[in-house]
Write a protein that binds this ligand. Sequence first.
Ligand code: IDP
Ligand code: MG
Length: 148
Amino acid sequence: MEMVEKRLGNLMERTFIMLKPDAVKNGHIGNILAHIQKEGFKIKGLKMLTLSNHDAKQFYKVHSARPFYNDLCSYMASGPIVAAVLERDNAVLHWRDVIGATDPKEAKEGTIRKLYAESKEANAVHGSDSVDNADFEISFFFKNYELV
Ligand code: IDP
Ligand code: MG
């Protein structure tokens, strides 16, 4: 039994997510957390905070050459966000499926962005795009003792 648990444990993966300022402002925290739990994710860390512009720029520095970078960083610093660490098998890709395309107009029915996003920029949620980036993003927001 212990062996089986160990092997199952190894399949678990973590991803980093945010509920962006539009999702918080529009009162979607509860619905999105319910969606997360319905999809079988365990919440390993959770906090609400407001990013400074400087922190947003650090977090999104991979996008610093993209034309939307400055607007995106100001937007992400414009109001409270919820940051969370989620765990399940295949967490990174599964969360990307659950949230849908970057532009809510292109997101499939039933995805979080289709349900709750305002626009391509104010698109309700963030999700890490790889396991390596998830590790960086988790450590950007959470100390080890803040993860259960
Ligand atoms: P993703 O969040 O679906 O991974 P990325 O391409 O990594 O999308 O872009 C990061 C974030 O930058 C998006 O979630 C969105 O908020 C914003 N963004 C991306 N493309 C555009 C754009 O063309 N116009 C405005 N904002 C954008
Ligand atoms: Mg991305």
